[in-house]
Each structure stands twice: as structure tokens, then as C-alpha cells.
Design a protein around this ligand. Structure first.
Ligand code: F6P
Length: 504
């Protein structure tokens, strides 16, 4: 049904708009999918019909901006702004965990004006597990919004797309399975709508299944290249273990997957922006984001190959890993030129190359059949494996949890407290206390601090690093914050730091 809606919107682009919105990687995928779809429409000389919203604006495409995710009003304001003057809006809110207040605010707003807005929610939790925590200034919760949508879904006035895809391999990392499922589902919906609008292909169950099977093939072909992926993960891991970096140099839309994967490493693993970086041929011109070039915001936002050549390449050594990401239809002579320049500095050079025939270009991946969206998915899977695997090797995962998670919004604050409880076995109050002691860098908490709200704590967390690892070491060993800091400095792998303390 939502594919029928997509078709209707495409047939009347003047008055209609499809808006995809999300936070963090869900917003980045909203951008990727909307851009890809608009590009296809332009190729057919049709008007663009898609817009994207990402909490925190375009800087969140490339860097971690968790705080705006907590703000439902901000979500509404940004939605109103993009929809100005439109008579019909298909709003697609993405929240893998059915949890982001930013998206809940937007859905609630759509539900109040059904004449104009048709809300769709994409996520990967069962509806009864939607977040039911009060949100500042709101009478609704994510859960209550989901309940209202379920009711309206019966009459097709709202849509809930929430298949359960199972737990993530690394707990807390919805960027992986959840992100891939978002991309796959929405692209299937859009492709079906597109084919119905422009080639009069009826939308059928079989047709949808066929799209999904193409992605299944892409997944199978990708993972058939296990050895290549393993080699890539190992060299990226070694680079990170030695304090060196991994650079993704991409061409076309695949480069976006590199930018996205790199941007996720800071909030997910507490990585520095220089640890894993993405660059795109054509820079912001190719990115074509709403707010245009962002390089003036600082080095984190330097994304063009020219920036790489000028600022990163001169400092590369043979302990850094570089990954070239391209397809046979990109300008391969440019890729070769880049490869030669990189080779002068490091021999750890890999390629993720997609092609439709038996080309012999150095590649980890060959012969992914057909469309760029499948190549994108395949690239996403490979890069997610590389950045996750490399951080596992660096010791950033503890008992299958992303332990060095940022504590920069309410969801992450609660997640950090729960994680400490689970891993230390201590009661919630002691875990929260340990978390606050690290955040405020003191061994005794003042009444001022304990009475402050979560927003104050998460704001303070922006300037802190290794918050959860430090709190966990304090809880497990009983040592002071200063001691925990010096042990983790000496031995960043928590398990081994704890063993050191036990021996001392
Ligand atoms: O809070 C940050 C974050 O967890 C990101 O890592 C994630 O991509 C984003 O929130 C969105 O999560 P969800 O899709 O569940 O709303």
C-alpha cells in the first residue's frame, strides 16, 4: 500500500512530497535513499519528489549529533519547513528501535492532519516494545504514537513497517542490520512505486518478492567473498591497534556508504574522527546535500579527494589502510591514478569494486549483478564489517557490547546505565552514580549534580571520552577514577586493564 502511495505522489510532484526522516544513521539512510530516488527521477526528466530530514541538520550526515534526537518539537519544525505549500505528504519516519523522540514528534504532527499527511513508520522492534518514556513538553510517548498508528493502519491512513530482523551482532549497533533493512525495504517500496508510475508495471506480491530476491543475491555474493573481507578487517584492525587510520576513498554513490560508515565510528566506538575517514570524489558537489558545502565547519567536514591528497596523504605511513570503493562504470583511470599515489605511501591498499562482467581489476567483490542499490547494500555490508571488526580487534567491544558508546542523549544515557548494570551486576543506583562520577570527573557527587536532569548530564557528556569503560572499571575493581584513567591509558582493552588492576 505504501508503494501505491509512492506511485500517486510521483504522478503529481507539484503538490506532493515524500519526506524521509530519521536520526543518526537512520537520517543518513534517509538522505541516501531520497538522493538516489531523486537522481533516478531526474534521469527520466521527472521532477524530484523526495526530501530528507536528519536530526541536527546536514552536519549530522558526517558527524555525531545525538542531542537533537531527543527533541520532538525540533522534528516538527523541520517537517513543517520542508512541507510548506504541499497538499499531500507521505511522511516516512525511520527509527530502528521505535524510540527517537524527534521522529515521534513528527509522526504525532502528521496524525493531527490526515488530509495532508500520511505517516509511515519504519523500525525493527515489535510495536509493543516501542519506547514508552515520557518526553519533555509532550503528552505522548513513542509507544502511544505507535498505538494510534496501528489503529489508523486498519484503514490505510497510516503504515507501520516493522519486521523483526533479530538482534544485532554487536548489541546496540542498529546501524548494521537495522540500517541495511531500512535501505532494502524503502528501496523496494520506491522501486515498485517508480515502476508502476513510469512503466505501468502493476504492484504485485510477486514483483515485490523479485526485488527482495535481488537483494538476497547481493547479500549472498557479498558474503561469498569472506576471505577478501577478512583480509580487509585484519588490516583495518592492525592500523587501528597501532594508532593509525583507515581511509575510504569512494566514487559515485558508493562513496556515500564510506562517509556514512566512517561517521558512525565516533558515537558507536568512541573513535576519533581521524581513525576511520571517508572521502568522496567530487566532494560536496557530488554529495548534493540540502545545506551545501560544510567544510567551513572544520576538518571533520573535509570530504573531497582533494582534501585527502592535501591533508591526509602526506602523513600516511605503511601502517595505514586505504580502501578504494568504485564500480566498473566509474572513471577507472582516476581510480588507478589515486591507487598509484597511495601506493607511494602505504602498501595496505584494498579495493571494493563492483562489476557486472569478468573484469580483472583488483577487487574484493566481483560481479554483483545489476543495480547500484544492490552494490550500495553490498558496500554497506563490507564496510560495516570492516569498521566493526577493526574496532573489535582494537578492544572496543566488551562481552559483545559496544562499550565505548557516547552518552549524549537520553536513549544512550539509559543504555549506558543498563549496560553497566548488566556487566557489573551492581544495582541501577550505583551504576548511575558511577556514570555521573565519570561525567563530572569527581569521586564524590554534589547534591547539585544528583538533582540535575538527564539533559544536563548528556550535555556534559559531549566533552567526555571513555565514559562507560571508566565507570565499568571503577565498578568492577573499586578503584578511583584517576586510577581507572591511568590503567585504561596503559591498557585500553577493558578486560586486560581489569586483569592488570587485579594483579597490582
Ligand atoms: O542515539 C544515536 C543513535 O543510536 C545512532 O547510533 C542511531 O543511528 C540513531 O540513534 C537512530 O536510532 P533509531 O533508528 O533507533 O532511531
Amino acid at each position: 500500500m505504501s508503494d501505491q502511495m509512492v506511485k500517486t505522489m510521483m504522478e503529481d510532484p507539484d503538490d506532493s512530497l515524500i519526506v524521509l526522516s530519521g536520526c543518526g544513521t537512520s537520517g543518513r539512510l534517509a538522505f541516501l535513499i531520497a538522493s538516489g530516488f531523486n537522481r533516478e527521477l531526474r534521469q527520466l526528466n521527472q521532477m524530484s519528489v523526495c526530501s530528507y530530514i536528519i536530526a541536527g541538520g546536514d552536519r549530522a550526515l558526517l558527524s555525531s549529533q545525538e542531542a537533537p534526537e531527543d527533541d520532538p518539537r525540533l522534528g516538527v519544525l523541520s517537517l513543517k519547513k520542508v512541507c510548506e505549500g504541499k497538499k499531500r505528504v507521505l511522511f516516512i519516519g525511520i527509527s530502528c528501535g521505535l524510540s527517537a523522540p524527534f521522529v515521534a514528534g513528527q509522526l504525532d504532527f502528521c496524525l493531527q492532519d490526515p488530509e495532508v499527511y500520511t505517516p509511515v513508520l519504519v523500525g525493527f522492534n515489535p510495536a509493543h516494545q516501542a519506547r514508552d518514556e515520557p518526553m519533555p513538553g509532550c503528552t505522548f510517548t513513542f509507544f502511544s504514537v505507535v498505538q494510534r498508528m496501528q489503529e489508523l493502519a486498519k484503514s490505510h491512513m497510516a503504515f507501520l513497517i516493522n519486521p523483526t530482523v533479530g538482534p544485532e551482532a554487536i548489541s546496540g549497533s542498529s546501524r548494521m542490520k537495522g540500517g541495511s533493512a531500512t535501505k532494502l525495504l524503502l528501496e523496494v517500496v520506491f522501486s515498485a512505486g517508480h515502476a508502476a508510475a513510469f512503466s505501468h508495471t502493476p504492484i504485485t506480491y510477486e514483483g515485490i518478492l523479485q526485488y527482495m530476491r535481488a537483494y538476497e543475491t547481493a547479500v549472498n555474493i557479498t558474503y561469498a567473498h569472506r576471505e577478501g573481507i577478512t583480509a580487509l578487517v585484519e588490516s583495518a584492525g592492525q592500523s587501528l591497534q597501532r594508532g593509525r587510520c583507515v581511509c575510504y576513498l569512494g566514487w559515485g554513490s558508493l562513496a556515500l556508504l564510506g562517509l556514512i560508515d566512517a561517521s558512525e565510528c565516533n558515537p558507536t566506538f568512541g573513535a576519533d574522527f581521524g581513525d576511520i575517514r571517508g572521502f568522496i570524489s567530487g566532494g560536496y558537489r557530488q554529495l548534493n546535500n540540502n545545506e551545501g558545502p560544510l567544510a567551513s565547519l572544520g576538518p571533520e567536514f573535509y570530504i573531497a579527494h582533494e582534501d585527502f591528497l592535501l591533508l591526509v596523504l602526506p602523513n600516511l605511513s605503511d601502517q595505514d589502510t586505504v580502501v578504494l570503493i568504485y564500480t566498473h562504470s566509474d572513471d577507472v583511470s582516476e581510480v588507478v591514478k589515486m591507487a598509484c599515489l597511495v601506493r607511494e605511501k602505504t602498501s595496505i591498499l584494498h579495493a571494493v569494486c563492483h562489476q557486472t562482467d569478468g573484469d580483472t581489476a583488483a577487487s574484493v567483490l566481483n560481479s554483483i549483478p545489476s543495480f547500484s542499490q544492490q552494490w550500495e547494500l553490498s558496500t554497506k555490508l563490507v564496510l560495516n564489517a570492516v569498521s566493526t571488526g577493526a574496532h573489535v580487534l582494537k578492544g572496543k567491544i566488551y562481552q559483545n557490547h559496544m562499550i565505548d558508546v557516547q552518552v549524549t542523549n537520553s536513549k544512550l544515557y539509559h543504555r549506558a546505565t543498563r549496560l553497566l548494570q548488566k556487566l557489573s551486576g551492581c544495582p541501577e543506583s550505583r551504576c548511575e552514580e558511577a556514570l555521573l562520577k565519570v561525567l563530572y570527573q569527581m569521586d564524590e557527587l554534589s547534591a547539585d549534580i544528583t538533582s540535575s536532569d538527564i539533559t544536563t548530564h548528556t550535555r556534559t557528556a559531549r566533552n567526555r571520552s571513555r565514559v562507560v569503560p571508566l565507570a565499568l572499571v571503577c565498578l568492577l575493581t573499586g578503584c578511583s577514577l584517576v586510577e581507572a584513567e591511568s590503567y585504561l591509558e596503559l591498557q585500553p582493552i577493558i578486560r586486560e586493564a581489569i586483569a592488570l588492576i587485579d594483579k597490582a
